[in-house]
Design a protein around this ligand. Sequence first.
Ligand SMILES: Cc1ncc(COP(=O)(O)O)c(C=O)c1O
Length: 453
Amino acid sequence: MRFVVDQQVEDIEMPENLKLNTFLQEFHSNCTHPECGFGFYGFAFGQSPFPVPRLVQGALIKNANKGEYAAVSGIPELRNAISKYNKYYFRMDVSPDRIYVGPGTKELIFNLLEILHGTVILPTPAWLGYLPQIRFLKKNFHMLPTRANKKISPNDLRRLALRLQDRQKILILNNPHNPTGILYDESELEEIADVCRELNITVISDEIYAQTTYDFSKFVSMGKIYPEGTFVTNGLSKSHAAGGYRLGYVVFPQHAMDLKAQFKKILATEYTAVSTPIQHAAVAGFEISREMDEYFEVTRNIHHIMGDYTYHALSSIEGVKATKPEATFYLLADFNGFSSALQEAKINTSQQLSESLIQHPYHTAIVGGDSLVLERTDFSARIAFVDYNGAEVFENYIENKPKTSTDRIEFVKSNAPKVVAGIQMIERFFENIKQHTPKLSQVAEVYGFKKLA
Ligand SMILES: Cc1ncc(COP(=O)(O)O)c(C=O)c1O
């Protein structure tokens, strides 16, 4: 039997994060060098390393017997809990009937793009998940490259939107931002909102990293600044280290009654409802409690410590520029200072850079620029600083909170040795590239993989 695949599916590519998984696995099985057994320095995967909060795990176990289908928009207890969560943490008054629960924000963003007519404006660099969806839905779209500070320029947004003929435009705002770790402040959001009001731009504000904002008082939701035109998405994946639970939510704009009925139709058509036990578990994760509050505080402090270390260590390498993260567990490292040396070494694209870094003896996994919706020849990369044992580090932090800047550096060295060694490996890679005489075998000796395994 020969199956004929629909052309629409043939035309789309595997999303970059999944391609990366395959690539790393292949690299592993193909590498015959004994040191490949060590694995690699993992700067590529965007997963929180911490355990799922115990409260959430307990609630999941307790509700394992709930086999009935749930309501399409989410169980009432969960929509209530999410409403209170938004009030408590994000100072937003959102009634539960503006909240829809779905199997992850990725799916909900896809559903929003399905129901919203209009041309999509995608600021770049961007999370690798949006573009395949936009392409799959055959939506018109325009990139909006950001400038040196990696933030959307309201003037650039205005200029682009004025050129677009559609009566509605959709801006994808990701705040805090993957891959740079940057955070928009209130006045920056207000300036963007002014342009959106003026030119009828709807905003999908992907705020999945909100809870990881290092100085939490600085986070402001676009839903607060532009409530009439913003869809806010958030969920369990990053804040609760539960990406595998597949639970996200979207807050609809004020006064979007007609749209809500259309949205519900789509959800009912595509997936009926999110798994009922998972929704009950999520209630425990979104309800306000001392335990969850402590969990958020500890995890965001650890991300902060790791982020500061990674930023300073990478920036101190001559020729490397890095964004200074204020949230998330990522930063964007700019290696374009080495362009000519890389080209001489026959490394012409960011994909080739990722491949060279993962090879023996460097064993370092990064996400290259073309996966971040940058030019193929842009040697920027996303560095995720989560390659450590989250459960252990969480306990170590509680037992002995680092106070001074020296304590913080020591904390990284003793709790995340692979982050430290991986950055050294990146440095060594570029030293070798600069010298055009890569003495590769020596590198492995110097950095002794086995000690770290
Ligand atoms: C910016 C951004 N948005 C959305 C998601 C997906 O979230 P979810 O697990 O809720 O689908 C991710 C996950 O990596 C992300 O980085």
